[in-house]
Design a protein around this ligand. Structure first.
Ligand SMILES: Nc1ncnc2c1ncn2[C@@H]1O[C@H](COP(=O)(O)OP(=O)(O)OP(=O)(O)O)[C@@H](O)[C@H]1O
Ligand SMILES: [Mg+2]
Length: 390
């Protein structure tokens, strides 16, 4: 299941939104059976003998675009192509659309079926508990609850995943994670992909892609709780996963741009000069005072937020503490960040290697090293595991 994609299909079917269909545009495939739910054997990745091709994974972030193309068969994947382009600060939709076209053309990618995650201006996650009830009633009840908490109730695509069943005050309740996003944002994203001659097959949310990537690269130990913290430029996304399911997701409003802005304010320079300074010094020991101060305050702030989220998760879902944490996204590369967060929350923490189990050699020029970019590609990698028509 692709959360947003399924919800979007429902919206189209109900006729709430009818997207004009171009005769040249292929119809999106039926919803995929791959879900965030537990499958037998704790694996989402089903080794397949099918000859269906993998979709092109497209992650359009606020500061960069990432492309990953895989060829998977018999449960193993080979990297066919990987692409990355930085966006100018404040590029907006039109800047991103232009950069996407350029990146595709540099890689010689024409009309292709893609799997892409939505840019999240309005995407919200929430966790609610409701009494157990029949599915149709539950869907209505979830919509009702979610609409109360968002400022775009009439314009929302809403979907949910039931995480657990639990007993409270003698009643069976369902613990539910909900997703809501503005319809027009999803349509805008789909439009941007089509405009670049791509065929959007799957539109999903970041945490589901992180879950698939984890499933392929790391695999599960029964009942262990893993957290993935994706720290990009504009936001961080914390996902907690266990036994093949997404259990919790939350945005943390702290990311790489916040460090840059502190440097910018202190130095009175423009954003790009501050960003360059951050990137030059964030990885060295003898960084100037201004960079050290900005990085230190970021590390402290994000550690507090992660601890708070783990505490909430533990109390709300009545689960144990998280067992291990992986950091992805560009800001995961900040020197010492994994160690700092790890010791602040008391959890073994490492940088996420998106290409851990992937054969990469043939896709890269001889001697090229993809290691520093590996955490940046996690979301695109998870998206690229999807196959045509699945
Ligand atoms: N080596 C590094 N050290 C410190 N920060 C880094 C490093 N490399 C990249 N970054 C930071 O990572 C961020 C970009 O990461 P990424 O490409 O994952 O973000 P994005 O996906 O575009 O953003 P978002 O997910 O928030 O929309 C920028 O803030 C950049 O400065
Ligand atoms: Mg990102």
């Amino acid at each position: 299941m692709s959360i947003i994609h399924d919800a979007l299909k429902k919206v189209e079917k109900e006729g709430v939104y009818q997207e004009p269909q171009s005769p040249k545009t292929a119809q999106p495939a039926p919803p995929s059976p791959v879900t965030g739910k537990k499958r037998g054997g704790f694996s989402l990745h089903i080794p397949s003998l099918s000859l269906r091709k993998n979709l092109l994974g497209v992650d359009i972030g606020s500061s960069s675009i990432k492309l990953v193309h895989l060829a998977c068969s018999g449960g193993a994947c080979r990297l066919k192509d990987v692409g990355y382009v930085k966006l100018p600060y404040g590029a907006g939709e039109s800047g991103a659309a232009k950069a996407l076209k350029t990146l595709l053309s540099v890689h010689g990618i024409g009309r292709s079926r893609v799997s892409s995650s939505i840019r999240n201006k309005s995407l919200t996650f929430s966790h609610i508990k409701l009494p157990k009830m029949p599915k149709d009633d539950l869907t209505e009840a979830v919509r009702w609850e979610v609409k109360k908490g968002i400022d775009f109730p009439e314009d929302a695509i809403i979907d949910y995943v039931v995480i657990d069943e639990l007993m409270e005050e003698g009643k069976t309740k369902l613990s539910i994670m909900t997703f809501a996003v503005r319809k027009e944002e999803v349509m805008g994203h789909v439009g941007m992909l089509k405009e670049a001659s791509l065929i959007p097959d799957v539109i999903d949310v970041g945490p589901m892609a992180l879950l698939s990537a984890f499933d392929y690269n790391y695999g599960w130990e029964k009942d262990k709780r893993y957290a993935v913290l994706d720290i990009g430029a504009s936001k961080a996304t914390l996902s907690i996963i266990s036994n093949g399911s997404l259990r919790f997701a939350r945005y943390i409003p702290l990311a790489g741009d916040d460090i840059t802005r502190i440097i910018q304010d202190a130095e009175g320079t423009d954003f790009q000069a501050a960003e360059d300074k951050k990137l030059r010094y964030a990885g060295v020991n003898d960084a100037p005072e201004v960079v050290r101060t900005a990085v230190k305050s970021f590390k402290e702030g994000i550690s507090i937020e992660v601890r708070r989220s783990f505490t909430y998760y533990q109390a709300h879902l009545r689960e144990g503490w998280v067992d291990s944490l992986l950091l992805s996204g560009g800001s995961a590369n900040i020197k010492g960040l994994a160690e700092n967060i790890g010791s602040a929350v008391g959890v073994k923490t490492a940088i996420y290697d998106s290409m851990k189990r992937v054969e990469v050699k043939r896709a890269l020029p001889r001697g090229a090293d993809i290691t520093p970019l590996s955490p940046i590609f996690v979301e695109a990698f998870g998206l690229a595991l999807r196959r045509e028509g699945e």
